[in-house]
Design a protein around this ligand. Sequence first.
Ligand code: HAM
Length: 450
Amino acid sequence: MHDILPPEQKIRERIFNLARAVSGAYGFERIDTPHLEDTELFYAGVGRSTDVVSKQMYSFKTRGGDALTLRPEGTAPAARAFTQHAMWNLPQPVKLYYFGSFFRHESPQRGRFREFHQWGLELFGDEHAVADAEVIQIYSAFLHELGIKNFFVEVNSVGCKDCRSPYRAELIRYYRPKVKGLCRDCKERFSQNPLRLLDCLQEKCVMVKKNAPQMLDYLCEACKKHFALLLEFFEELSIPYVLNPHLVRGLDYYTRTVFEIYSEIKSAEKISAGPETNEQPASSIEQPVSSIRTGEEEDTETDFKKLALVSGGRYDGLVETVGGRATAAVGGALGVERLVFLVKARNIRVSEPAKPKVFLVQLGDLAKKKSLKLMEELRRSGVSMAESLGRDSIRSQLKIADRLGAEFALIIGQKEAIDGMVIVREMSSSIQETIPQIKLIETLKKKFRK
Ligand code: HAM
């Protein structure tokens, strides 16, 4: 745990301001949950056999005899709050964001703290793959806007409870004759939670993992379709991604999509965050990039290491696990300290967020897909933009556009999506015209000049 001194506060403030603006632009509303929760929440929600719960929690008994834990992460608390306040009665999806500190008893290393901060996004009540793409897109857009280059998304599907059990059986069959050669933790993982075997970074276990069966080969039809759709969204958005068939993440609540966003750092790059005195030798969060790309490549490229900035995924069963109604959900969290590392190391000037010039309004599946493509074009052309992809009511989307002070709303319904057109509506006068999508950037630039 460390002090955050004035020079770093400025960077953090700018990161928070931008994160707040981006969260708001995408229709996320802030939630704060307590630092302390019933220990049982993390046992049930995150999983007793995960490292986070079994090894890293700060847990204690109060004088009154309650078993409490300093929150090690924010998703289980958000699902608890969603349930406790019966948020399924609200219009879905419910989109929540948070900033806050989290606590894990980790071995102190560079980039791994015992108290650290996250900017989290949790989207409840949308099972469509577009919601997964939206969360990843928000973090990507945020990192771009902040000036972080060379980051990439690693993605995998861990399936649902139906397709996971045959996979689990296959994994056990593969590992059984090899258990003796694994590290002590993995021997335990084998008997308690075999999926976690794929998490291990110990060299001898990584070697065994290389030929392990892959979840993607065991996905049921519905999970396969969900994953294929997500990859289509990535293509539409030109989000560079790497398929890592062994990415499982260290928390048990995930279903279907799991992702991590990494930045590449040169091994020689001097990275520091927090007081200089906290500096430790290179840590396990910085792994050679070549070793994580597919899990099968040789370690030929040792000059670069990876730093996980954002991680997350879908967790369709969590709300029910913590006592609520079955609710599909997806989210992610960005590690603030790790981002501060990069911003400092690369001397990035973090600018204040500006008002979006345009707001993208869409209606229907096809329009959502076209919108993702347009969003990327707008971003590349330097047009500041916001949208609320999860919403389907034009009125509520126009309301958000108005609240954000956007000059123009770009509207794509089913008809426009098919015809390759877009409606450009001036927010102040409500005057609108329909133009071909390929002429959009040119038209907007003319309008901005007026
Ligand atoms: P997580 O991977 O445990 O996921 O943490 C998310 C991010 O927090 C990591 O990618 C990393 O940047 C940062 N982080 C984690 N542990 C530390 C640490 N000890 N010191 C510094 N930074 C750290 C979760 O917490 C999930 N709740 C994410 C999520 C949200 N999934 C769905 N919704």
